[in-house]
Design a protein around this ligand. Structure first.
Ligand code: ADP
Length: 291
């Protein structure tokens, strides 16, 4: 299965000259791309363009060499998409719901039933296929969302902020599922939470204010923060001051006070000790610290 998605100077304008996506260039192959960025960065808009639900106002996207705006059906045939506002019909059970969507996608009969069973199995819902969706938890609904996105065994799987509203166990389960699904397809997962992609992403893209601020491996992003991560302990009363003066990545209560972790060009405090960077630090450094 050939997998090459190329974005060239992709831009999108909702009107009034406001660029929601601005000049994005990326070349993507098989693997999991974690698309990170704060709310409003332009992630959903970019995902809708890649899912052929919006046409770019500028630039071009090609799937295996074909312009997706001019020939959307080539991509749609191999696309799985879980939008941010995915809704299910509460009165249907998972099998009925997937059967409905399979029919919409042109899958029917025995082949559809076999495929639905395989997809339910894949997302760990094989035993719950006959229960009404109205009784499903948020995490189970999101897994139904993935199951419907997998119906056509997609070469490109796009999931937009899939962990919103999930509890920590469901979130972790979802992260494992995404890792399992990678294989020889391209999975693009957008989120504003770094830990959502920490385990699964083979590549990271970071967007802010419509622009692509980074695209590379997690290791490359982490390397940029080397020498800029610091830790020290402050009395609890000083936490607000530290937060106001520095980019705080984490704080941990200890018997001696609050252990703060900060990204900063140089030592932020006489007591600060250098720490080895992780993805969360690197993301904070890219967006708030690096100049
Ligand atoms: P993200 O997914 O990273 O949160 P979005 O793509 O949703 O970002 O939004 C990017 C920008 O586009 C934001 O400034 C947002 O307000 C704006 N935007 C998103 N959807 C619309 C819309 N339907 N009409 C006008 N502006 C929009």
């Amino acid at each position: 299965m050939s997998v090459e998605l190329v974005l060239q100077s992709v831009g999108f304008d909702y009107g009034r000259g406001h660029r929601a996506v601005d000049g994005v260039d990326m070349r993507l192959g098989a693997g999991v791309l974690g698309l990170l960025g704060p709310n409003g960065a332009g992630k959903s808009t970019l995902m809708r363009i890649l899912a052929t639900l919006a046409k770019p106002s500028a630039g071009q996207v090609t799937w295996n060499g074909h312009d997706i705006a001019r020939e959307p059906n080539r991509l749609r045939a191999v696309l799985g998409y879980l939008p941010q506002d995915f809704g299910v019909y509460d009165a249907l059970d998972a099998r009925e719901f997937l059967g409905f969507l399979a029919a919409v996608k042109g899958l029917a009969g025995k082949a559809a039933r076999a495929r639905i069973d395989a997809c339910l199995e894949r997302v760990g819902l094989a035993d719950t296929g006959d229960r009404r969706l109205g009784q499903f938890s948020g995490g189970m609904r999101q897994r139904v969302g993935i199951a419907q996105a997998l119906l056509n065994d997609p070469a490109l799987l796009i999931v937009d902020e899939p962990t919103v509203g999930l509890d920590p166990d469901e979130r972790m389960r979802f992260q494992h599922l995404i890792t399992d699904l990678a294989g020889d397809r391209l999975v693009i997962l957008s989120t504003h939470i770094v830990s959502d992609v920490e385990a699964s992403a083979s590549a990271i893209a970071v967007m802010a204010a419509g622009q692509l601020r980074f695209h590379g491996t997690p290791g490359e992003l982490i390397a940029r923060a080397a020498g800029h991560v610091w830790e020290w302990t402050v009395p609890e009363a000083q936490l607000a001051t530290v937060r106001g003066a520095h980019t705080l990545v984490a704080s941990l209560r200890t018997p001696d006070g609050i252990r703060v972790r900060v990204v900063s060009e140089g030592a932020p405090d006489a007591h600060a000790q250098p720490a080895a960077p992780g993805l969360q630090d690197a993301y904070a450094w890219l967006l708030n610290g690096a100049h």
